[in-house]
Design a protein around this ligand. Sequence first.
Ligand code: PLP
Length: 466
Amino acid sequence: DLKAMEAADAGVDAVELAKRHLVQPWPFAGSVGAEARALIGEGEGIYITDASGKRLIDGPAGMWCINVGHRREELAKVMYDQAMALSYNTPWYTMNAPSAELAMRIAGHAPGDLSHVFFTTGGSSAVETALRFMQFYNNVRGRPEKKLILSRGGAYHGSTYLSASLNGRPRDRDWMDGADELVVKLSSPDPFRRPQGTSIEAFTDFLVDQFRDTVARVGADRIGAFVGEPVQASGGVIVPPDGYLKRIREICRDNDILYVSDEVVTGFGRLGHVFASGEVFGIDPDMITFAKGVTSGYFPLGGVVISERILQQLRRSNHPDALFGHGLTYTSHPIGCAVALKNLDILEESVLAHTREVAPYFQAQLKTLEELLLVGEVRGMGLMGCVECVADRESKDPLKLDKDVGKRIDAHCHDLGLLVRPLINMCVMSPPLIISREQIDDMVAILREGISRTMEDLRREGVWQG
Ligand code: PLP
């Protein structure tokens, strides 16, 4: 009974309470609902403090989201002030000023004719919204057959049913259902894993041909959208070959396929700009999805920026009464939008320029880790990087290694003062954008020591002979 349960839990610490009552995201069946993870106490700047009081560099910036750093008083204050002024209003039949102003500011940074924003609660709901909007758009235009979605290996687009159906990372879908009948999968644009002996140019041509051939085979009249991250983030920071995104964009335009650029990670500063699609890759998508860095993770907010042309087509259609039956209780949340406005001020004032300035140094320092025998490749762009470990450099085989090599490196780095985002055989680094050169030096030195210790462990255990 409730009383007995409360008595049993009284005075129990957070770690034990989590094991008893908390279900963590992405759990394994064998430990679901019975797992504790590293308990974090506080954050400040680029650092977080663990339960023992140990200070760690926040290597993944939360989940690529704490872009302007932890404990920003101006962000905390704006959230307080907005909550005291108006904590919530229904977006069904009222509106608030911060959301309108934020939509205007975001549209000002967006490429092409992207002019309007639909706000959501995060990245998955942003991708979901873009896809449902595509479906609605094609229904209103009298093309109900044009609904298939193109996605790629290595992609990550979210954890709601339809957005997750697009995911293409190994193992994500092994035990999970998906709307497979709605999705057509293409290859990951991963130059590191291109077929041996193939040049980058030939690999790019292969990717573009595959895209074009797929459209021809499936039929442009059946494909509604392509969804792609400019740089595949959780797939291992896959930077696509030069010119590839532009060529894909053109094929989409020629075939009336909406190009949805998923900038949930690359947006709001990670590559030195509010949006990378236009300023880094020279493309003008039909929709851009964003989340995470829009509030630097201080409040759950995401959204879709939508093309003026698409909205006009809908307004001029023969079905003025057709209803886009989609909206969230927290669409256009006033606190989220207020904190995003302040966050955007900070990005525009200094953080975007700082990111562009330190990014080459960050990439160059991280690249020095290729000296270590366990490291197959270090790659990245802006302030996102990935150290990929391989059993041997010829075969690039990650599988002969203990699969948890990333976790082993993370454990050593934790002892040394750095939180790593381990991804199977990879370590992803995406620190808060305010990181200084000295702090980059610290981060890379710890990572170097963590990988070296892991190499010693693997040799000692006979798992790896490098
Ligand atoms: N899209 C991309 C590119 C992402 O990396 C993520 C999350 O990591 C999502 C979508 C889903 O966002 P959220 O976890 O906020 O729902």
